[in-house]
Ligand binder design. Structure first.
Ligand SMILES: CSC[C@H]1O[C@H](OP(=O)(O)O)[C@H](O)[C@@H]1O
Ligand SMILES: Nc1ncnc2[nH]cnc12
Length: 294
């Protein structure tokens, strides 16, 4: 049995969390560059936690420039086992209304200007992301949301767009009507893919802030309205997070869905053909596999 450490990546409007015992902002160095910000560490109900504001305090990183690899690597380096992403999103479904939360379980990745893998020339790996989120962790988020009195929906497909501009009306209608997406945001990809490569369980909570641009009664997306809704949502997001340690517990059984073993059988490059410099960078993300197989 290993120990649980919960990592929370806070999106727009969530730049800290409260209630942590021994809370300290720590700098974490990563061979993948500087993370978005320092990481707030502490303990909640006896479970260690690490909080990272995705865009940095003061909202300095755009969805394209968020250092996704450094963020996931830094959380892994700190000992995080389970990552919860909390994000602002537009909704493609009438019944997923602004103020509601959605436990996302699928993604359509339309991002194109980001580094999407820790692996590459010198160490090639292919992990499965058929089921990109962890059902055990998602269920805990859903239960924590319900216990916090939040209107929360279980399951939804998140369309990750490059941004930073919002969608055109034609795109919004296509994503909703032809592609069957439920919510839209700009940040959960490649974050979810990288978490899988790093063998971290990953769950995503979408906080609905708007109806994107498709809804005939709601006009186009307006960032002022989004921020207003976010301010109401942010406290709910923090309440959900506060409920998680009690639900997950300090002792952690292996993930029944295999998220924490995702690299087994994924690395193709022969030990003697691997690039030593890349191997060094992979020490945290893939350390477990690299010591076992080389
Ligand atoms: C503030 S609206 C657009 C912005 O908000 C979302 O960020 P996050 O996912 O980090 O909450 C969205 O993806 C955009 O980056
Ligand atoms: N409509 C929208 N599109 C993309 N990202 C968002 N974040 C919040 N609302 C959004």
């Amino acid at each position: 049995m290993t120990k649980t450490m919960i990592g929370v990546i806070g999106g727009s409007g969530i730049y800290d969390i409260d209630g942590l015992q021994d809370a300290t902002w720590q700098s974490v160095e990563s061979p993948w560059g500087a993370p978005s910000d320092q990481i707030l560490t502490g303990t909640l109900d006896g479970v260690p936690m690490a909080f990272l504001p995705r865009h940095g305090r003061g909202h300095v990183h755009s969805p394209t420039t968020v250092p996704y690899r450094a963020n996931i690597d830094a959380l892994k380096r700190l000992g995080v086992t389970d990552v919860i992403s909390v994000s602002a999103c537009g909704s493609f479904r009438e019944e997923y209304a602004p103020g509601h939360f959605v436990v996302v379980d699928q993604f359509i990745d339309r991002t194109f200007a980001r580094e999407k893998s820790f692996f590459g020339s010198g160490c090639v790996a292919h992990v499965s992301v058929a089921h990109p989120t962890c059902p055990r962790l998602g269920d805990a988020c859903y239960a924590a949301g319900q216990a916090a009195g939040i209107t929360i929906h279980k399951g939804g497909t998140y369309l990750a767009m490059e941004g930073p501009q919002f969608s055109t009306l034609a795109e919004s209608k296509m994503y909703r009507e032809q592609w069957g997406a439920d919510v839209i945001g700009m940040t959960n990809m490649p974050e979810a893919k990288l978490a899988r490569e790093a063998e971290l369980c990953y769950a995503s909570i979408a906080m609905v802030t708007d109806y994107d641009s498709w809804h005939p009664d709601h006009g186009e997306v307006d960032v002022t309205e989004i921020i207003k809704t976010l301010m109401g949502n942010a406290d709910k997001g923090r309440a959900l997070v506060r409920g998680l340690p009690a639900l997950l517990g300090a002792d952690r059984a292996p993930c029944p869905h295999g998220c924490d073993r995702a690299l087994e059988f994924a690395i193709l490059t022969a030990p003697e053909a691997r690039d030593p410099a890349l191997m060094q960078k992979l020490d945290a993300v893939a350390g477990r596999m690299l010591t076992a197989s080389s």
